[in-house]
Design a binder for this molecule. Structure first.
Ligand code: GTP
Length: 206
């Protein structure tokens, strides 16, 4: 299952992905939170395994760089994603203001049935909060996304976010199959469950 972690620089996307409460991460050295900040260059890829209803689900996650200069590279990966975690930092108003714009990018470049969760990260920093939880919830409602507040540092709602995203992707897939939606069954195919990470779509230049 192919998903993306997404948004502004330094909101905590990479830290969120490295958080591994069950220590089942493929890369055993990477589960600890580190306060060091190394900005993602372009795009990074990780595999995370979660368990739902006795099934083992392998998530292929693209960790996108938040910096504007990598935008062309990162949007090229949107089409292969079944779901997105769109993240802002509750201590950073600018990152919250950018959510609408990132949502438009997702809706423009991704598969129509891709599922999105909005996450307000760094909820451990209550003293420095500038974005009230209610504003996050209202924006999520307005955009048609579910909303979580989380902390990659204190491991709050990290596992729950990934599990909920998988659940809504699976719900959407079974709905589409039930209604024989051509997005799944016909010519206009979306991303599929595969063993390999989906490569970015290449547009023909001729
Ligand atoms: P880019 O790769 O530039 O897009 O940044 P990013 O969104 O991946 O952010 P990253 O995970 O590198 O975290 C940026 C900084 O925020 C680091 O110093 C982290 O330690 C810190 N950080 C990340 N998540 C949390 C959190 O939940 N709480 C706190 N207090 N700090 C966090």
């Amino acid at each position: 299952m192919c998903t993306e972690l997404h948004l502004d620089s330094s909101v905590g996307k990479t830290s969120f992905l490295f958080q591994d409460p069950d220590h089942r991460h493929a890369d055993k050295t990477s589960f600890l939170f580190t306060p060091a900040f190394v900005s993602t260059v372009g795009i990074d890829f990780k595999v995370k395994t979660i368990y739902r209803n006795d099934k083992r689900i392998k998530l292929q996650i693209w960790d996108t760089a938040g910096q504007e200069r990598y935008r062309t590279i990162t949007t090229a990966y949107y089409r292969g994603a079944m779901g997105f975690i769109l993240m802002y930092d509750i201590t950073n108003e600018e990152s919250f203001n950018a959510v609408q714009d990132w949502s438009t990018q997702i809706k423009t470049y991704s598969w129509d049935n891709a599922q999105v969760l909005l996450v307000g990260n760094k909820c451990d920093m209550e003293d420095e909060r500038v974005v009230a939880g209610e504003r996050g919830r209202q924006l999520a409602d307005h955009l048609g996304f579910e909303y979580f507040e989380a902390s990659a540092k204190d491991n709050i709602n990290v596992k729950q976010t990934f599990e909920r995203l998988v659940d809504i992707i699976c719900e959407k897939m079974s709905e589409s199959l039930d209604s024989a939606d051509p997005a799944i069954t016909g010519a206009k195919q979306g991303p599929q469950l595969t063993e390999q990470p989906a490569a970015p779509h290449q547009d023909c230049a001729c």
